[in-house]
Design a protein around this ligand. Structure first.
Ligand SMILES: [Zn+2]
Ligand SMILES: [Zn+2]
Length: 210
């Protein structure tokens, strides 16, 4: 698959952003933007990206969305989020920004998606897999051999389910849905290092028995 993927791990919020680019068409997207800063801009420019097609959000928590508006102002891109988390963007209680004293000016998404929706980067399909549990509208984006799992599945861990709208039962059935995908995938999570689906199936202590 002609997809280039680069990670950006900013300080303070410590959430990962991923930049993906289709080598054939040159079309590009960013997955989550907790922060937008000079380093983020540098990475985009180093990948020869002048504008984005999408800014894909895995869910609506502040540590994944605070840089979105500045990123969009500089590089464009339709803001995409699952319909059940869309309100987080304009509600600092739902995004947890107010509880943790972060400033997150309200904004709206350009496209609300649901399970099974497919977006295109050139000919590359980005599939939306609804993976609720960390939040009601958490999604995983499947692109080529990559899974962008947000705060659903981490390297040897899973997302918290003790925030409003969280559900341990739901997150485990969401991860079971990911584990049932055929073949192996690179897991690119919202926090911490990358992994693979097969490694997590065999080693993640939180998902034993799924
Ligand atoms: Zn989160
Ligand atoms: Zn997070």
């Amino acid at each position: 698959m002609p997809l280039t993927v680069k990670a950006f791990n900013p300080p303070v919020v410590a959430s990962n952003s991923y930049i993906i680019k289709d080598a054939v068409s040159g079309e590009a997207a960013v997955i989550d933007a907790g922060i937008y800063n000079a380093r983020f801009e540098e990475i985009l420019k180093s990948m020869k990206i002048e504008k984005l097609k999408y800014i894909l959000l895995t869910h609506g928590h502040f540590d994944h969305i605070m840089g979105v508006k500045r990123l969009q102002k500089n590089f464009g891109g339709e803001i995409v989020i699952h319909e059940a988390d869309a309100d987080c963007l304009s509600d600092s209680k739902r995004s947890l920004a107010s509880a943790l004293s972060f400033a997150c000016p309200p904004f709206e998404c350009d496209k609300a998606v649901k399970d099974g929706d497919v977006l295109l980067l050139g000919d590359e399909e980005l599939e939306v897999i609804h993976t609720p549990g960390h939040t009601v509208g958490s999604v995983t984006y499947k692109a080529g051999k990559y899974l962008f799992t947000g705060d659903t599945l981490f390297h040897v861990s899973v997302g918290r389910t003790d925030f409003p709208g969280g559900s341990t039962e739901d997150i485990l059935s969401s991860i079971k849905k990911l584990y049932s995908l055929e073949g192996d995938y690179r897991v690119c999570p919202g926090h911490g290092g990358e992994s693979t689906l097969s490694f997590e199936k065999n080693n993640n202590p939180y998902t034993r028995g799924l």
